[in-house]
Design a protein around this ligand. Structure first.
Ligand code: NAP
Length: 249
C-alpha cells in the first residue's frame, strides 16, 4: 500500500503534535515540522514510530521562503507525493494593548502566521493541482476563534493574522476548487498548550474556562479530530469553510 503523505507545520508541540499522531494512526506518512525545539519533535517521532507509524522530522522556519523550499524538497524525496497540508504553525507574543505594538512585533506575528501559510500552500498547490499534473489533495488552515472576537487588550496582531488566514482559506478554496484541491479551516477556542505562556499567562485557559459555554478548555486532540475530518474524504463536499471548535464560543 502506498502511504498517503501529510505535512503538518509546527507539529513538535501542542495541536500540531496531536494532529501528527492522529494522522499517523490513520496510516499517513507524516512530515513533522518545527522551528527550534528538536527535542519535542523527537518525542513526537518516537511516539509515532513506537506505534509502527512512518514519519520524518524537518526543522524549518516556515515564515522563510528558503526554509519552505527545503522542507518541501526533503518531504518529496523522503516521503513522496503530498496529499494533505495542515498549516498549523503559529505564534503570539506578550499580551498588551495596541499602544504596545511595535513594527517589529506586528510584522513578526504576520509573517509567522500568514506569510508561512501562503508559502506552504503555494508549494502544496504546485504539487497537488490537477492543472499541474498532480492528483489533488486537501489543505487545512489552523486559524483561531480570535479571528471572530479580535482579542482586545491581549493581541490584536494575532487575531488579525487569523482573520487574514480565514480570508485566505476562502479565496484559495475558490481558486483551486476545480483542480482537485479542497481548502478548509478550523478555529480552535482556548486549548491547553504552551502558546499561552508565550503570551505571558500560562494559566490563561483556566482563567477563561468559566466563560466558555462548555465550562472547560479544549485538548489538542479535540482540535486534531476536526482537522483530520476536514482533510479526509469524510468531508468531501466541504471547501472554503471554517469550523469553530471552541466549546461554544
Ligand atoms: P504551541 O504549543 O506553541 O506550538 C507551536 C508549534 O509551532 C511549535 O512546534 C513551534 O515550533 C511551531 N512553530 C512556530 N513558529 C514556527 C515557524 N515559523 N516555523 C515552523 N514551526 C513553527 O502552539 P499551539 O497552541 O499548538 O498552536 C498551534 C496553532 O493553533 C497555532 O496556529 C495557534 O495560533 C492555533 N491556536 C491555538 C489555540 C490555543 O488555545 N492553543 C487557540 C486557537 C488557535 P518549536 O516547537 O520548534 O518552537
Amino acid at each position: 500500500m502506498v502511504d498517503k503523505v501529510v505535512l503538518i507545520t509546527g507539529s513538535a508541540r501542542g495541536i500540531g503534535a496531536a494532529t501528527a499522531q492522529l494522522f499517523a494512526r490513520q496510516g499517513y506518512a507524516v512530515c513533522i515540522n518545527y522551528k527550534t525545539n528538536a527535542e519535542a519533535a523527537e518525542r513526537v517521532a518516537t511516539a509515532i514510530h513506537s506505534q509502527g507509524g512512518r514519519c520524518i522530522s524537518v526543522p524549518a522556519d516556515v515564515s522563510r521562503e528558503q526554509d519552505v523550499m527545503r522542507l518541501f524538497s526533503t518531504m518529496d524525496r523522503e516521503l513522496g507525493t503530498l496529499s494533505v497540508l495542515v498549516n498549523n504553525a503559529g505564534i503570539l507574543r506578550t499580551q498588551c494593548r495596541l499602544e504596545g505594538l511595535s513594527e517589529e512585533r506586528i510584522n513578526t506575528v504576520l509573517i509567522n502566521n500568514v506569510t508561512s501559510c501562503f508559502l506552504c500552500s503555494r508549494e502544496a498547490v504546485k504539487r497537488m493541482s490537477t492543472k499541474n499534473g498532480g492528483a489533488g489533495g486537501t489543505i487545512v488552515n489552523v486559524s483561531s476563534i480570535a479571528a471572530k472576537y479580535g482579542s482586545p487588550n491581549e493581541y490584536l496582531d494575532y487575531a488579525a493574522s487569523k482573520g487574514a488566514m480565514d480570508s485566505f482559506t476562502k479565496g484559495l478554496s475558490l481558486e483551486v476548487a476545480d483542480e482537485g484541491i479542497r481548502v478548509n479551516g478550523v478555529r480552535p477556542g482556548h486549548v491547553y498548550t504552551d502558546i499561552h505562556a508565550d503570551g505571558g499567562e500560562p494559566g490563561r485557559v483556566d482563567r477563561l474556562s468559566g466563560k466558555i459555554p462548555l465550562k472547560r478548555g479544549g485538548r489538542p486532540e479535540e482540535i486534531a479530530e476536526a482537522i483530520y475530518w476536514l482533510a479526509s474524504e469524510k468531508s468531501s463536499f466541504a471547501t472554503g469553510t471554517v469550523i469553530d471548535v471552541a466549546g461554544g464560543l
